[in-house]
Design a protein around this ligand. Structure first.
Ligand SMILES: Cc1cc2nc3c(=O)[nH]c(=O)nc-3n(C[C@H](O)[C@H](O)[C@H](O)COP(=O)(O)OP(=O)(O)OC[C@H]3O[C@@H](n4cnc5c(N)ncnc54)[C@H](O)[C@@H]3O)c2cc1C
Length: 336
């Protein structure tokens, strides 16, 4: 079967990978000039943290997200399986207890155990939650690795190619345009996220650290070589724009609360983009004619793309199969 995948973000490249593995002939097109700042996936933290997400997310996110670590380990190098940590300032220890009640697969550790895991957090927190089965990756390297593997399988990604100007060759089209698909998916909304990349001397982490805060929960993801991704705000707004002063102040304050060395950090990058989300913040697969939409990954792009891609590939290769994330809505039209 010939399939055209529209969009080369995390949704598009995971679907393309699953389809190739099932023997489909795949082409991928993307309107941007290459993987970068035009793509929401560029800004992700890359946490593969299904149990932590259970604090705010629905049950399918926790369950389906558990497929992610194994999937990424099988397909890209450098999946770091060191777990993740959740901490709270001493005045907010109630937040830690609340987070522990709402999530699973963690254990409470004391200050000494925390120091053994992350020596640079010595003396910073009296308690933490350790989710030892979680993992993280660098989204930019992961997308590059997927693109390379696809290329080796004979799937070229045609950048600079908008679906509107392209003669689609596939008998099936998979629309993974993210928020740009709002032209046809009318209930898709944008949730703005802001992030920073800092370079800090004198502080090293081996795993993501989440700081609980009643107003702005923040995570810090180590990217190696003293670099850290600090994210992310969550604003009901649809402008991609730049990071706001408030977002910058909140993210920097939170990083500083985790470790004072972040006060001296260089700000390497600031970024903001719009996460594609449906009203319940769960992803959806939808058929419209010969187009299958895979969208609504919200703040769980790298976490849920493997499960969505598996379901999309099964739906394409086994007519009649209806995955749990398949929603019917015939009011909308397809892109081709
Ligand atoms: C600050 C921030 C932090 C985040 N942190 C995390 C995290 O830690 N973990 C996690 O799992 N998720 C995270 N996310 C969410 C994640 O980034 C998104 O869920 C994910 O990137 C959505 O992927 P996508 O492939 O659907 O869309 P995109 O990545 O936006 O890809 C869509 C692609 O479609 C292309 N396109 C659009 N229109 C057309 C057209 N007409 N023709 C051809 N191509 C087109 C675009 O150029 C783009 O490349 C974060 C998001 C943000 C903003």
């Amino acid at each position: 079967m010939n399939v055209t995948v529209v969009g080369a973000g995390v949704a598009g490249l995971t679907v393309a990978t699953e389809l190739v593995e099932r023997g489909c002939k795949v082409e991928v097109i993307d309107r941007s000039e290459g993987f970068g700042r035009d793509t929401c996936s560029w800004y992700a933290g890359g946490m593969l943290a299904p149990w932590c997400e259970g604090d705010t997310a629905e049950e399918p996110v926790v369950r389906l997200g558990q497929e992610a670590i194994g999937w990424w380990r099988r397909h890209v190098p450098d999946v770091i399986e060191q777990g993740s940590l959740v901490v709270a300032p001493s005045r907010d220890t109630g937040e830690l207890a609340r987070f522990a009640r709402r999530t699973e697969a963690h254990r409470t550790i004391d200050a000494d155990q925390l120091t053994r895991l992350e020596p640079d957090l010595h003396g910073r927190f009296r308690q933490a939650l350790f989710f030892d089965a979680e993992a993280h990756l660098d989204p930019r390297k992961a997308i590059a690795a997927l693109a390379k593997k696809l290329d080796q399988s004979g799937v070229a990604i045609s950048y600079g190619t908008s679906v509107e100007d392209h003669r689609v060759s596939g008998s099936v089209i998979v629309d993974t345009r993210g928020f740009a698909a709002r032209d046809v998916l009318k209930d898709l909304r944008g949730v703005k996220g802001e992030m920073l990349v800092l370079k800090a001397r004198g502080v090293e982490f081996s795993r993501p650290v989440r700081l609980l805060h009643p107003r702005l929960p923040v995570y810090i993801v180590p990217r190696g070589d003293g670099h850290f991704m600090v994210g992310a705000t969550q604003i009901e707004a649809e402008d991609r724009g730049r990071i706001t002063a408030r977002g910058m102040v909140d993210l920097l304050n939170a990083a500083y609360a985790v470790h004072p060395a972040f006060a001296e950090a260089e700000i390497i990058e600031t970024g903001a983009d719009v996460r594609p989300a449906f009203p319940d913040n769960l992803p959806r697969l939808r058929w419209h004619g010969r187009t299958l939409h895979v969208n609504g990954l919200f703040r769980h792009g790298f976490l849920l793309a493997p499960a969505c891609a598996r379901m999309a590939a099964e739906a394409i290769s086994s007519p009649g199969y209806k995955p749990e994330l398949m929603y019917e809505d015939h009011r909308e039209r397809s892109i081709a």
